[in-house]
Ligand binder design. Structure first.
Ligand SMILES: Nc1ncnc2c1ncn2[C@@H]1O[C@H](COP(=O)(O)OP(=O)(O)O)[C@@H](O)[C@H]1O
Ligand SMILES: [Mg+2]
Length: 237
């Protein structure tokens, strides 16, 4: 039986609690949904449960394929047990197709396919609007080491290969996504989550968005779309 101890952090979509084991945390997926650095917010019924199950499926798949993750097991419909990590304050983003912020930032055409997946670092800081940063900023401000930067890039790109395949096999395109890493016992481990809240997924045939863009753009059927993706991937909700 996992004991829910002190709340140690309440983010925009998840809450983290201590457990009786000081090296393990309980991650609670809430229905809260946010966009534009927390400026747009809504609770979407059932999203916490879908994301918890979606994340477990992806993390287990990555673990089996050589990417160590913090995921231990799902405890309830909306809660999972994870290894406590010392998170690096950066987001690792990979883009296979240009859309969203990169089009506004660089004026590139929407839908442009990158020949090689494009890797970007962003600083995790809502107040600053999660600005784009590069390797030099990470070193200069001690957010990570040269070696950690190399490992994060390498792992994020391996994750891209692994996930593009499973999405493609079921008629979906993994357009872009964000992952976060943390340190544990001198290793860099995948933490946080992989869910439709933090990636873009398009239907191969129709080009329809099946991810958080539905919330950002008020397209409706947000949770229903996450459910469609989960169903196609064989995740039972
Ligand atoms: N294994 C872990 N150990 C410690 N902290 C973690 C772990 N996995 C994720 N986190 C952190 O927990 C928080 C998760 O909650 P979330 O709602 O996503 O927050 P945010 O609003 O910062 O994105 C994030 O700040 C994330 O960096
Ligand atoms: Mg988050």
């Amino acid at each position: 039986m996992i004991e829910k101890g002190n709340l140690i952090s309440e983010g925009k979509a998840k809450s983290l609690y201590e457990t009786q084991n000081q090296n393990e945390l309980l991650m609670v997926y809430r229905d809260d949904t946010s966009a534009f650095d927390g400026k747009k917010k809504e609770a979407l019924k059932g999203k916490g449960e879908i994301n918890n199950k979606f994340n477990a499926h992806i993390m287990q798949y990555l673990d089996k394929n050589g990417i160590r993750t913090h995921h231990i097991e799902n405890v309830t419909d909306t809660e999972s047990l994870v290894h406590r990590l010392d998170m690096l304050p950066v987001e690792c983003v990979v883009r296979n197709i240009a859309t969203g912020s990169i089009c506004r930032r660089l004026g590139v055409e929407q839908g442009l396919k990158f020949e090689n997946p494009l890797f970007e670092f962003f600083l995790k800081d809502d107040d600053l609007g999660d600005p784009l940063i590069n390797d030099n900023h990470i070193i200069a401000f001690n957010w990570g080491t040269e070696e950690e930067i190399a490992i994060m890039k390498e792992k994020t790109l391996i994750i891209n290969k692994l996930l593009c395949k499973i999405f493609s096999d079921v008629g979906l395109i993994l357009v872009d996504y964000k992952v976060e890493f943390g340190r544990k016992d001198g290793q860099i481990i995948l933490g946080d989550e992989f869910t439709p809240d933090g990636c873009r997924i398009w239907d191969k045939e129709t080009g329809e968005s099946l991810d958080k863009d539905r919330f950002r753009k008020d397209l409706g059927d947000v949770v229903e779309s996450y459910q469609i993706v989960a169903h196609k991937l064989g995740i039972s909700i």
